[in-house]
Design a protein around this ligand. Sequence first.
Ligand code: FE2
Ligand code: FE2
Length: 169
Amino acid sequence: MAGELAIIERVIAEHQIIRRNLQGVQSYATDYGAFFSLQQAQSGLAQSAVEKLSEHKTRMLESLNQIQKGLNHHFSFEESALPPLFGEAFMKALIFEHSEITQYIAKAIVAGNLTFEGLSQQDILDHKALLQEETARLVDMIEQHANLEEQMLRMLKKTFTGKISSADI
Ligand SMILES: [Fe+2]
Ligand SMILES: [Fe+2]
């Protein structure tokens, strides 16, 4: 029982860290968009602005890379520790979602990894919109997945904290 509770607590604690990292990437996405709009309103895209945009994009990508690393670690812990708690059928669905998220994040990183040199202003604008959309969708996917897991884990906690006696069932 102590083992199961420790697993539940660890997964929930890791979700908190993941949520903080997601907030980080979201705020980079907002900065990126705001800087872009400002430059466009002022003067179109000067070379120095393109360089600055490139820096914003690099920060977003670094943040996505960090999230990818953290999630790989988290998913493998869940996939090795949760089967006795969740059972085979639920684990199958969970692993499916892990692979969906893993593929999506890899796609977002590839999409984001583009050099701006030689691109038209419209191309850069399209690229920025794409990266922002992908990031928002990714954040949503991960949050929904983590929320669902937590609902299940909080229910299971009742079983493993001994709150339910055999007389209750
Ligand atoms: Fe998960
Ligand atoms: Fe999780």
